[in-house]
Design a protein around this ligand. Structure first.
Ligand code: GTP
Ligand code: MG
Length: 338
């Protein structure tokens, strides 16, 4: 079975949390990370907080084989650090064609006031490396001696795994409206972020997909510049408890209430079979740590039901806290998946 997890707003919806939960719950055998080091996934597991920019969030399941997509971009220093932190050196593999970001890319971005000041990029060298890839001069993983022991053919491994009936998950990064094609251009990231593009980054055809899980947070956040409809003032965000800080840059995330119009558009762009909603406990503190739907406060249930009705897609996963296990899982009830 192949599941694809993708973001419905501007990133940071909590894909890391959803993927880590599924990795354990669904006995995921292969997980593939897409995107680059400008996206940080947070996983809170066994009392520890992991902020992952390369290693797939599914690492929490020790049996999961962890792959980095050919379309992804890595950095050698971050890779080494994260492998140590997660102790995954024996089960992490990188595609031959995965791109490698260097110091020069970071410098190029810092020197470019349009990217670093106007667009307010994360200054991680990702845009510069993507530009080099398009100009056919980016160095790929297969050119680095130190990566030799990790190299693998990711499209082949995933496709053969699926033939054998393995459980595979693909982890998207960022969100629909940061997409280079479908987002709020030019205030976007340097790649498409929707489900189809994530598949292409890995090297899997669309017929292989069983489930597309679109993740929304119970409110909208965005880092960097660009439009944010209904943006709350810093005081209002604080009063409502909606203040967050970015995983990679430490910048304060701008916030706004849940936006149904954006959500409808994200549905068009991703064709999800399921919706996940995270941080319901932030809007309704009594929901914290709840694992049964009936135990959620009534207002929280009404909020979920309204979204489900408006978006005509089942809400199957509801995040009730930052820990991997803080989740209401309705897949059995709504889709017949145990
Ligand atoms: P990108 O790939 O960068 O888009 O990130 P992401 O979608 O993996 O999200 P990220 O981890 O950057 O941000 C989500 C934040 O919400 C993290 O701090 C998580 O720990 C937290 N979080 C996720 N789900 C829940 C939840 O259900 N409740 C609470 N309270 N926090 C959550
Ligand atoms: Mg993030």
């Amino acid at each position: 079975m192949l599941q694809v997890v993708t973001g419905g707003f501007f990133g940071d919806e909590g894909k890391g949390k959803i993927v880590s939960y599924l990795a354990i719950k669904d006995d995921i055998e292969i997980a593939v990370r897409t995107g680059a080091v400008n996206a940080g996934h947070t996983v809170v597991y066994n009392g520890k907080v992991f902020k992952l920019r390369i290693v797939p969030s599914a690492f929490v399941n020790r049996k999961t084989k962890l792959l980095i997509a050919p379309g992804a971009l890595i950095r050698l220093d971050i890779l080494q650090r994260e492998i140590e932190e997660t102790a995954t050196g024996d089960r992490l593999f990188i595609d031959y064609n995965t791109g490698v970001i260097t110091e020069d890319h970071i410098k190029a971005e810092l020197k470019d006031p349009y990217l670093s000041e106007t667009i307010k990029s994360t200054k991680q060298g990702v845009g510069a490396a993507m530009a080099d890839r398009v100009l056919r001069r980016l160095r790929l993983a297969k050119e680095y001696m130190e990566l030799k022991k990790f190299l693998i053919d990711v499209p082949l491994t995933v496709n053969e795994g699926l033939e054998r009936g393995l459980n595979v998950i693909i982890e998207g990064t960022q969100g629909a409206f940061l997409s280079l094609y479908h987002g709020t251009y030019p205030y976007v990231t340097s790649r498409d972020t929707t489900a189809s593009s994530i598949l292409s980054e890995v090297g899997i055809g669309p017929k292989r997909v069983d489930e597309v899980i679109l993740v929304f947070k119970s409110y909208v956040t965005r880092v960097g510049a660009g439009p944010l409809e209904g943006e709350l003032s810093e005081e209002d965000a604080e009063r409502l408890g909606l203040v967050e800080y970015a995983t990679v840059t430490g910048r304060r995330r701008r916030s706004a209430p849940f936006n149904l119009n954006l959500a409808r558009r994200a549905i068009i762009l991703n064709s999800p079979t399921q919706i996940a909603i995270t941080k319901i406990d932030t809007l309704y503190p009594q929901a914290k740590g709840v694992r049964e739907y009936s135990k959620l406060p009534r207002e929280a249930r009404e909020f979920i039901e309204r979204i489900e009705e408006e978006l005509k897609t089942p809400v199957t996963l509801i995040g009730t806290g930052p820990r991997v296990e803080d989740m209401v899982d309705l897949r059995g009830e709504k889709l017949g998946i145990d």
